[in-house]
Design a protein around this ligand. Structure first.
Ligand code: AQP
Length: 347
């Protein structure tokens, strides 16, 4: 039996409705992170869930991070969360490494998950590339840590972008195997929440590649800290095709770059793609791109302005994250303790 909380979102009554999600401080925040994840995080606040949002710094170091850059990016990401609308009183905002229960539960899950499951993960294949022997063990085990991030809170819902869907399925597989092996129903089967017009924002330079913080080309992405000129220039130079925009969504088939810009517009305007195309169908990109730039600047500049202001007060950011990790531990510690008991570890 399930109980409806908000439109389209269901939860099992056996578990407290609880949202967990994280973002890696592996670079500056992108428009992809904002539309695919952070905007959704804000929308789920105050909707009948407890909400926990995390800077997943332990995930970030699965590939090399300069220590000074990691510190700066972690604070900048926290500033981004708050500037985008996460209220650190209402939600629990914290840094993953400061809640050791994540790593402790991850070890148990390393012993539950199978090598074959990990080898199938497309993120592992993409990030390790052809040189798997030289990739870190942490990168391979990444999905088990992600499962621990979620299940150490018995989170029932995880808002993510499309690229994380496979990892969420693996989280459910780990919960199912743990519950089966130990003859329990201790871990919930967490629901991914992948919704909206921009669950997969693509590179501005290549409509077949995801927009990403770590793409070597800065022109491929809009950073949340970009100023109005940089946003306008990147959109002006974004790859497109020579045709005018269609009036219906099916006219975007086979036109990945056009689809991407329309999806971004729809997500920023909070309209459906069909509604956007009803207005802009027939326009050339030379007309549409300035509309998109104006909208992006209007939506993003209040956030980047607030991020810059918050970054002037790093001690305040650190205090918010410390308080968040203390609150997070009050939920995680008893769940870990019970897990140890189920597994047979003597305390
Ligand atoms: N392009 C995207 N479109 C929609 N959602 C996206 N997300 C990331 N890129 C897009 C969502 O943002 C959340 C946090 O992602 P992450 O930082 O944990 O890692 P990622 O998915 O690997 O993001 P990046 O920007 O590509 O980071 P790097 O370059 O370090 O690997 C997730 O919910 C993700 O779906």
């Amino acid at each position: 039996m399930t109980a409806a909380l908000s439109e389209g979102v269901q939860t099992s009554p056996a578990f407290t409705p609880r949202v967990f999600s994280g973002i890696q401080p592996s670079g500056g925040l992108t428009l992809g992170n904002y539309l695919g994840a952070m905007k959704r995080f804000v929308e789920m606040q105050g909707q009948g869930f407890e909400t926990l949002y995390c800077m997943v710094d332990m995930h970030a170091i699965t590939v090399w991070q300069d220590p000074e850059a990691l510190r700066r990016q972690t604070r900048e990401l926290a500033a981004g969360f708050i500037a985008a609308g996460i209220d650190p009183e209402q939600s629990i905002l914290f840094n993953q490494s400061q809640v050791p229960e994540h790593a402790q539960l991850a070890w148990i899950f390393n012993c539950v998950a199978r090598m074959g499951w990990m080898q199938r993960m497309t993120q592992w294949k993409d990030k390790a590339g052809k040189n798997q022997q030289n990739a870190s063990l942490g990168l391979f085990a990444y999905p088990a840590l992600m499962a621990a991030d979620i299940l150490v809170y018995h989170a029932t819902h995880v808002p993510v972008g499309e690229d994380q869907k496979q990892h969420l399925e693996l989280t459910r597989d780990i919960a199912i195997k743990f519950n089966h092996d130990f003859e329990t129903e201790f871990f919930p089967l967490t629901e991914p929440v992948i919704e909206g017009a921009a669950t997969r924002v693509m590179s501005l330079r290549d409509g077949s590649k995801k927009m990403s913080k770590s793409d070597p080309s800065d022109a491929s992405r809009i950073n949340m800290t970009d100023d109005a000129d940089a946003i306008a220039q990147k959109i002006r130079k974004a790859k497109t095709d020579p045709d005018a925009l269609p009036s219906e969504a099916k006219g975007l088939e086979g036109r990945p770059e056009a689809r991407n810009l329309v999806n971004i517009y729809a997500a920023l305007a909070e309209q459906t793609v069909d509604a956007v195309l009803r207005d802009v169908g027939g326009k050339a990109f030379s007309e549409f791109k300035p509309m998109l730039s104006d909208l992006a600047v209007a939506r993003l500049s209040p956030i980047s302005g607030e991020m810059a202001r918050l970054m002037q007060q790093p001690d305040e950011i650190d205090a918010i994250l410390r308080k968040g990790s203390e609150r997070a531990r009050t939920i995680a510690a008893p769940i870990l303790k019970q897990t140890y008991e189920i597994v047979g570890m003597v305390s």
